[in-house]
Write a protein that binds this ligand. Structure first.
Ligand code: PLP
Length: 376
């Protein structure tokens, strides 16, 4: 059998683009959130490989900053995280308990966020088999229609507290649907619904807020918040000044610069026409690297302080930028273009792409050289 090729470490020299991840900024963001939360605890959400930034690098930095509870979506992510952290922290699986997987959760000391009476019964059976009260979270839906106990199951549980026998409910949680819109009436509706949940299920601690929820006011904080995206520098609340430190910078190298003297079109579909005289630079980043195709004719790069608009379509491996306004020696082969940087942070790129910062981060590709700075 031929052996699969060993993964190569893409050095800065060999990479078409460099993704710099500032771990000190992640730690500073954790501390800022923890400070906002006062006596409440900040449980870091590190699902999807810490929002694309690298779980194995990010989680230890958060632990060193004081984080004691970590949340992921999948049980597989939780097992990976347990290996990174050892037994020093609680690892919560937000997606709940997968059928027949109870043993793996218990084996790796994972805490499922149980989201139905069926999951609750399955975890109870696992506790019984092991003759041990294993911790769990209880997830109650207050308006997402996604995961969590629906109203009828909440009713049943409140009427029959025996259903919780043998379980250690560490936390009762719910999740906000519209927290990034401060004035959305759904925030208050869900808060009232969660207060009602707590009257019926007062055991353990309460967890309600995501990143945005932390900034919605004291009422939303409860005992444990679950911030994710703000740790990674994205603005918690849309349209408000961003208090978080920027964590990522993406710099692509210019491969070629083309001079245009007579009118010509750029790229697939000939969607942009350069009238000339001007210069077009090509950099080796495309939609296969998570530079979304919706940034075609919309994205903005920067060379130093000078904006260089994306012209033509984003292709799989390349984009083209109009560098006419940049002095030639600054826009030459090998020069770096900020595709995410001080002038075009993740939130701005997301806006230009018609999406949210979460998607920009979790799409960041595997072909970049990843340079981690700071940390422990
Ligand atoms: C992803 C997630 C979070 C974190 O949300 P952010 O908006 O990234 O802070 C918190 N709770 C649950 C249930 C989630 O799925």
């Amino acid at each position: 059998m031929p052996r699969p090729p060993a993964p190569i470490d893409i050095t800065e020299m060999l990479a078409g683009a460099v993704l710099t991840i500032d771990l000190d900024a992640v730690a500073a963001n954790y501390r800022l959130l923890q400070k906002r939360l006062a006596k409440a605890e900040a449980a870091a959400v590190v699902k999807a490989d810490a929002y694309g930034l690298g779980l194995a690098k990010v989680a230890p930095v958060l632990a060193a900053a004081g984080c004691r509870t970590f949340c992921v979506a999948h049980v597989g992510e939780a097992i990976a995280l347990r290996q990174v952290l050892g037994n020093t922290a609680a690892v919560v699986v937000l997606n709940g308990l997968l059928p027949d997987a109870e043993d793996a959760y218990a084996e790796h000391a994972l805490t499922p966020a149980l989201g139905s009476l069926a999951e609750l019964a399955a975890w109870q059976a696992e506790c019984k088999r092991r003759n041990k009260k294993l911790p769990c979270w209880l997830h109650v839906d207050t308006g997402m229609l996604r995961l969590g106990l629906p109203p009828d199951e909440l009713e049943t549980l409140a009427d029959r507290p025996g259903l919780l026998d043998g379980l250690e409910v560490a936390v009762v949680m719910s999740h906000l649907a519209c927290a990034d819109e401060r004035a959305h009436p759904k925030n208050r509706d869900q808060l009232a619904a969660f207060a009602d949940v707590r009257r019926r299920l007062p055991m353990g601690k309460a967890s309600f807020a995501n990143s945005a929820g932390v900034f919605l006011g004291r009422d939303f904080r409860f005992d444990i918040a679950r911030p994710g995206v703000a740790l990674y520098g994205v603005a918690p609340i849309a349209g408000e000044p961003n208090p978080m430190a920027q964590v990522v910078r993406l710099q692509a190298k210019i491969l070629q610069v083309r001079r245009v003297d007579t009118p010509q079109t750029v790229g697939y579909g000939a969607t942009h026409r350069v009238e000339g005289p001007g210069r077009i630079a090509t950099v080796p980043v495309g939609y296969a690297d998570g530079y979304l195709r919706s940034l075609s004719n919309r994205g903005t790069g920067y060379i130093g302080d000078i904006p260089v608009p994306v012209v033509g379509r984003v292709s799989m491996d390349l984009i083209t930028l109009d560098v006419t306004q940049v002095p030639e020696r600054q826009a030459s082969v090998g020069a770096l273009v900020d595709l995410i940087g001080p002038h075009n942070p993740v939130d701005r790129v997301a806006q230009e792409a018609g999406t949210i910062g979460y998607e920009i981060l979790t799409s960041l590709g595997a072909r970049y050289h990843r340079a981690y700075v700071g940390g422990i």
